[in-house]
Design a protein around this ligand. Structure first.
Ligand SMILES: Nc1ncnc2c1ncn2[C@@H]1O[C@H](COP(=O)(O)OP(=O)(O)OP(=O)(O)O)[C@@H](O)[C@H]1O
Ligand SMILES: CC(C)(CO)[C@@H](O)C(=O)[O-]
Ligand code: BAL
Length: 296
């Protein structure tokens, strides 16, 4: 198995990227970045494959970012599978993996100055995980700076639509703070049973996994209502989730895909444009999120 080149410091990373970009012989080669927290699965592979298809050089990062965890237990048990991750990334054709230590990313402790995710970061996932999106945006800003090519190149970054709020916020950060990177969302990858792939799925027992399928079922129901121009009936979809034994609904909302502003209940019967349904629930002790685009 061909592993990608491994860089553990920004200096090693920069050197590897410059060498690979120069080796293309192109005036303006393209560089793709796939940020991850490791414990990789087919969802991450889809991101790496999309980056491979679009770019001359592909970098993936693996860093479990303590700044985005508000729950120390969640951080402590986050799965870490570096060897298998390198196999998967090698298979997907990734050239370089940046896997810094916590000390390298945050020398001298967690940073004093951070990126603020504003009001969009306080809703949905942000309401349940205070400080989460400031932590995500801060580390993504750092990763963009570490990967930013030192020679003329197109720079693209790939994020999964499974974390829809994260994609919306990273797009806003790149636009609001003039990051010279183009953000590419990649569609949600689902297991054969419909569950959105997630690193945390390994913690579900077989019974919990069966219960968790109610999330994708409820989203499909909304999609069918929207596409056949029936009233959405979000309360019925939420009731379906709440009625599932062992599932505790956190939120179920229909929002604007770019601003994440909720679509008022009175406007949900006839959608005036594309909308996004966002759902989060606890199944056993595990918090799961999912979403689906709605087209009327
Ligand atoms: N099923 C999926 N389909 C598409 N992209 C995904 C999927 N799962 C994760 N991603 C994307 O992979 C990137 C890295 O995510 P991360 O390493 O946090 O994995 P995860 O499976 O989302 O883990 P978690 O258990 O933390 O939700 C993110 O951009 C995320 O949106
Ligand atoms: C984007 C990210 C790698 C930042 O730590 C993380 O939030 C994730 O894996 O989705
Ligand atoms: N996939 C989002 C990262 C997190 O859950 O912390």
């Amino acid at each position: 198995m061909n592993h990608p080149r491994l860089a553990t410091t920004p200096a090693e990373l920069s050197k590897a990227i410059t060498e690979l970009l120069e080796a293309t012989g192109k005036d303006r080669p393209a560089l793709g970045l796939v940020p991850t927290m490791g414990a990789l699965h087919s969802g991450h592979a889809a991101l790496a494959q999309a980056a491979r298809a679009d770019n001359d050089v592909v970098v993936a990062s693996i860093f479990v970012n303590p700044l985005q965890f508000d729950d120390p237990a969640d951080l402590a048990r986050y799965p870490r599978t570096l060897e298998a991750d390198l196999d998967l990334l090698g298979e997907a054709g990734v050239d370089v993996v940046f896997a810094p230590s916590e000390d390298t990313m945050y020398p001298g402790g967690l940073p004093l100055v951070r990126v603020s995710s504003g009001v969009m970061g306080t809703r949905f996932e942000g309401a349940s995980r205070p400080g989460h999106f400031d932590g995500v945006l801060t580390v993504v800003a750092k990763l963009f700076h570490c990967v930013q090519p030192a020679v003329p190149a197109v720079f693209r970054a790939y994020f999964g639509q499974k974390d829809a709020q994260q994609v919306a916020l990273i797009r806003r950060m790149a636009a609001d703070l003039n990051f010279p990177v183009q953000i590419y969302p990649v569609p949600i990858v689902r297991a054969a049973d419909g569950l959105a792939e997630s690193s945390r799925n390994v913690f579900l027992s077989p019974g919990e996994r069966r219960s968790a399928l109610v999330l994708s079922r409820a989203l499909t129901r909304l999609q069918e209502n929207a596409s056949s121009r029936r009233p959405l009936d979000l309360p019925a979809a939420a009731a379906l989730v709440s009625a599932e034994p062992g599932v505790e609904l956190d939120y179920f909302e229909v929002v604007d895909p770019l601003t994440l502003e909720p679509v008022p209940a009175g406007e949900q019967d006839v959608l005036s444009g594309p909308a996004l349904a966002l759902v989060a629930a606890r199944v056993g002790g595990i918090r799961l999120i999912d979403n689906a685009e709605l087209h009327g």
